[in-house]
Write a protein that binds this ligand. Structure first.
Ligand SMILES: [Zn+2]
Length: 82
């Protein structure tokens, strides 16, 4: 069995991925902007708001959305303009 000493042929594997990309999933993660909770797959009742730049989306989970709605409905009515 011949010794391959001095041969560096197998030093670099050209088939190896050079700048291997991180495992970034294309699945968009929906996260509540209020509490930071991630949306479970199949969970319903989330509200998605498109921001000024259409790339940015603001999401609210049902809990926070209920809280926001509750806050909105109990506005102090000291501003009677009529
Ligand atoms: Zn939330």
């Amino acid at each position: 069995m011949p010794t391959a000493r001095g041969s560096c042929a197998a030093a670099i594997d050209p088939s190896a991925p050079y700048g291997r990309q991180p495992a970034v999933l294309t699945v968009e993660v929906v996260r509540c902007v209020e509490c930071g909770r991630e949306k479970d797959s199949g969970e319903r009742g989330w509200l998605t708001v498109l921001a000024h730049s259409r790339a940015l989306r603001i999401n609210y989970c049902p809990e926070c959305m209920t809280d926001i709605v509750a806050r909105a409905t109990v506005l102090p009515d000291d501003g009677d303009e009529d």
